[in-house]
Design a protein around this ligand. Structure first.
Ligand SMILES: *Cc1c(COP(=O)(O)O)cnc(C)c1O
Length: 396
């Protein structure tokens, strides 16, 4: 039986390899941090993790996780509505709502699940979902699972959004959906404008804050802080897997009735396990830390500004960024791979992205800054970029 599909799979795999699209995974043998060790023994500076606040290996979170492990055990062995809800889960949900200034929160195993389970229970044939063209794959999949009509607008293009809103005027309910930060470019969605248009055309607004929560806004409260529109976004989804500790877990936070209905009808919530107490305990400590100080945000913002300024001065072509993502444009796919390989030889770990992850002819190195980066890490990375940039003749 397997023989027939095996041949087919082998062909598919060699097709991926021949197209140069095969994804190899590097193996890390240390904890996730600014400095990591690879299985080759090489110690490198990490500039490609979503570890924006440097919390992935933070002693406070490790302590909180161990403490929850001791008090509440290892696993929940249950979905939330049967016997998977602890006092810790409720506390974390409450803290997330407090952080974003929303009414209630529902936890998921991941933001992929939060996005996968948010549309189908709320919207049907009579409704319209209007989605940014660069939205994350999990939003695209979530929209597909609902029966609502679909409209797409060009990335962050408010004139096009208005056209789509007009097309959807006959729908019962309309919702505009956007990523907060677009992860390949680092630009922030113009959520203030989106909210204004949504008001004009009587639509709801949903923002996926995976790359913006903890990062954007002076104290990291995300796009609603940046645009001073706290409480004006109806649905926010996010992850505990990036800035917020980087382990696992996702959430939807927003209007009370929306969250209440999701608890009743959202399939990834109803049919998937509760996240483990250690992760929840660390999450609680993490949000306490966010409430105590925005020191990590300050450091992240300083690091980003420093890196971006220096890399521009060096003559690199970068995408305008308002987040902790800096896209260094090289345009050519092979060049992006060569560049990343040479940077690794210099001890700088970054990833080169090219089609189909980014548009054809728009290959780049994506650099992700972290509060965990020390001044010398940044200087080392900038020096390596200059050296490789000169060698490969890409500086302007
Ligand atoms: C990473 C990411 C997700 C998925 O989050 P997980 O918690 O890792 O499943 C969803 N949306 C966006 C915009 C993301 O960047």
């Amino acid at each position: 039986m397997y023989g027939k599909i095996r041949e087919h799979l082998q062909n598919e795999l060699s097709g991926i390899r021949e197209a140069g699209l095969y994804k190899n995974e590097r193996i890390i043998t240390s904890a996730q941090d600014a400095v990591i060790k690879l299985d080759s023994g090489q110690v490198v500076l990490n500039f490609c993790a979503n570890n924006y606040l440097g919390l992935s290996n933070h002693p406070e979170l490790i302590r909180a996780a161990k403490s929850a492990l001791d008090s509440h055990g290892f696993g929940m062995s249950s979905v939330r509505f049967i016997c998977g809800t602890t006092d810790l889960h409720k506390e974390l949900e409450c803290q997330i709502a407090g952080f974003f200034g929303t009414e209630d929160t529902i936890l998921y195993a991941a933001c992929f699940d939060a996005n996968g389970g948010v549309f189908e229970p709320l919207f049907s044939e009579e409704d319209a979902i209007i989605s940014d063209s660069l939205n994350h794959a999990s939003i695209i999949d979530g929209v597909r699972l609902s029966k609502a009509r679909r409209f797409r607008y060009n990335n962050a293009d408010m004139a096009d959004l208005e056209v789509q809103l007009q097309k959807a005027l006959d729908a019962r309910f309309r919702i505009v959906v956007t990523d907060g930060v677009f992860s390949m470019d680092g630009n922030v969605a113009p959520v203030d404008e989106i909210v204004r248009l949504a008001r004009k055309y009587d639509a709801l607004v949903m923002v996926d804050e995976c790359h913006s929560a903890g990062v954007v806004g002076e104290t990291g409260r995300g796009v609603t802080e940046k645009f001073n529109i706290r409480g004006e976004v109806d649905i926010i989804t996010g992850t505990l897997g990036k800035a917020f500790g980087g382990a696992i877990g996702g959430f939807t936070t927003g209007k009370k009735e929306i969250i209440e209905l999701l608890r009743q009808r959202s399939r990834p919530y109803l049919f998937s396990n509760a996240i483990p107490p250690a992760v929840v305990g660390a999450g609680i400590r993490m949000f306490e830390m966010m409430a105590e100080t925005s020191e990590l945000q300050s450091r992240l913002h300083q690091n980003t500004e420093y890196f971006v300024t220096k890399i521009k001065e060096a003559g690199f072509d970068i995408k305008p960024t308002q987040s902790a993502i800096c896209a260094v444009m090289l345009y050519d796919a092979k060049m992006s791979q060569e560049f990343a390989t040479r940077l690794l030889q210099e001890g700088i770990y970054v990833t080169g992205f090219y089609y189909p992850v980014v548009p054809q002819g728009a290959a780049r190195i994506r650099v992700q800054l972290s509060a965990a980066h020390q001044q010398e890490h940044l200087d080392q990375a900038i020096a390596a970029f200059k050296k490789v940039g000169n060698a490969l003749k890409v500086l302007q």
